[in-house]
Design a protein around this ligand. Structure first.
Ligand SMILES: Nc1nc2c([nH]c(=O)n2[C@H]2C[C@H](O)[C@@H](COP(=O)(O)OP(=O)(O)OP(=O)(O)O)O2)c(=O)[nH]1
Length: 159
């Protein structure tokens, strides 16, 4: 579903909300973009554009390997307001999935990011205070709500 094609008028982006644990997550990895200039310094979900013929989860796994040097397993999608995904700037849309690292390596910032940070899911206020790419804010809020419903003790503080 929603496989990108060469003629696709929509730019399809996939983002990874990488959690420290699939069952009882306490931390999430966030990344600070290095480029382009307009986005430099803003926080985002690691990920990127789907290539032609590629599905969203497939793109997510590839991008995490390229950007962070780790293999991830996608878990659940953060439900978007429409099936194509969350609206970004212009005609771009993004689907976001929770994910966990499944190899022994630790994610590391490459050329795409200034830094990576593991943030505490129970500190909702600090997560929302990060200077996110503006389009990401509603996604972050929906994600935190979703995680709290699944595991209420994980995000109690900060309300
Ligand atoms: N990766 C990512 N991109 C986001 C987020 N929010 C958001 O608006 N975007 C935008 C920024 C970019 O315009 C676009 C994704 O492009 P990208 O530069 O990350 O993708 P890519 O790695 O495939 O890029 P490239 O090969 O064209 O350099 O989506 C987010 O949370 N994560």
């Amino acid at each position: 579903m929603n496989t990108a094609s060469a003629q696709d008028p929509i730019t399809r982006v996939t983002g990874a909300a990488i959690l420290d644990n699939s069952q009882a997550p306490t931390r999430m990895l966030v990344a600070q973009r290095a480029y382009p200039k307009k986005l430099r310094g803003l926080w985002e979900f690691p990920g990127g554009k789907q290539e032609p013929g590629e599905g969203a989860e497939e793109a997510l796994v590839r991008e995490c390997t390229e950007e962070l040097g780790v293999t991830v397993r996608p878990l659940d999608e953060v439900p978007a307001p429409n099936p194509e995904g969350w609206p970004l700037k212009g005609t771009a849309v993004m689907r976001v999935f929770t994910a966990v690292v499944i190899d022994e390596r630790e994610p590391a910032a490459g050329k795409d990011h200034l830094q990576l940070r593991w943030v505490e899911l129970n500190d909702r206020a600090s997560i929302l205070e990060l200077e996110w790419i503006p389009a990401d804010l509603p996604i972050v809020e929906a994600l935190l709500d979703q995680l709290q419903e699944a595991s209420p003790q994980a995000s109690r503080r900060g309300h």
